[in-house]
Design a protein around this ligand. Structure first.
Ligand code: NDP
Length: 252
């Protein structure tokens, strides 16, 4: 059987790291990307290798669509060297940064930063992946609970995540002819470095989140990766065009 390969953006830390490790435990090889934290990415590569799978970490700024052609040249050169085909199976658009700013005070520069990393980058990284993605492949876009419920200060960020959810349904519709599925995973609040690490380090915020979550706690990165790995399994082959919220029942 041909070895399956996943490309996870932002695989160096947080949710992407956990996704990469869950995928590796499922026997899938990894290409993960990092933005600036090479040592963290190297540590994830070493942890994946411990599972017996192959992995490589490549630099990528997902907010800079002009860099994507060169990025895929690197990806296909690596795949051609390591495998008998330059194609991969799963694209997981995970990389991203947050913004906590009231609507009234959000600047155009902040809006553009959110647009570039959470929508334009995802859109064109996926478009440019198409020639390299195997028929029967899967695309998983990471959204946020904030695209369903609202907290003050997330208007720019959450608007982009909402758009990515619409985009995902169009991907499912247009790529079905190639048997490629596209789904959204929407995490609730998770204790990572994201947003300055406030979901992990701010006790007041943690208390508020726990109070509005049916399971009564803040999420951990380990709550998310297994769901992405499941969506890349054969058991999930008929799930398409869906949004799966993984939040422990936040604001249900
Ligand atoms: P982290 O801050 O823990 O990790 C962010 C990851 O994205 C890192 O791997 C980082 O690379 C990478 N990254 C940051 N900026 C860029 C860039 N410009 N180009 C490419 N890669 C970049 O965040 P999380 O793991 O928590 O978040 C991952 C995804 O999950 C994001 O899309 C986020 O919006 C979403 N999400 C997070 C939630 C949460 O509460 N944590 C809730 C809902 C959704 P490096 O290590 O090199 O800096």
């Amino acid at each position: 059987m041909t070895k399956k390969i996943a490309l996870v953006t932002g695989g160096s830390r947080g949710l992407g790291r956990d996704m990469a490790l869950h995928l590796a435990h499922q026997g899938i090889d990894l290409i993960l990307t990092y933005h600036s934290n090479r040592p963290a990415a190297d540590e994830v590569v070493a942890a994946i290798e411990q599972t017996g799978q192959k992995a490589v970490a490549l630099p990528l700024d997902t907010s800079d669509s002009s860099s994507f052609a060169a990025f895929y040249e690197q990806v296909t050169a690596y795949l051609s060297e390591q495998y008998d085909s330059p194609r991969f199976d799963f694209l997981i658009n995970n990389a991203g940064t947050g913004l906590q700013q009231s609507f009234a005070d959000t600047s155009e520069a902040q809006f553009d930063a959110m647009f570039n990393i959470h929508l334009k980058g995802v859109y064109f990284l996926t478009q440019k992946a198409l020639p390299h993605l195997r028929d029967g492949g899967r695309i998983i876009n990471i959204s946020s609970g904030l695209a369903r419920f609202s907290f003050p200060g997330a208007s720019a960020y959450a608007s982009m995540k909402g758009a990515v959810e619409v985009f995902t349904r169009y991907l499912a519709k247009e790529l079905g002819t190639r048997s490629i599925t596209a789904n959204v995973v929407a995490p609730g609040a998770i204790a990572t470095d994201f947003g300055g690490g406030s979901n992990r380090d701010n006790p007041t915020k943690r208390g508020i989140i726990a109070n509005v979550t049916a399971l009564g706690r803040v999420g951990e990165a380990e709550d998310i990766g297994g769901v992405v790995a499941f969506l890349c399994s054969d058991a999930a082959r008929w799930i398409n065009g869906q949004r799966i919220e993984v939040s422990g029942g936040m604001l249900v």
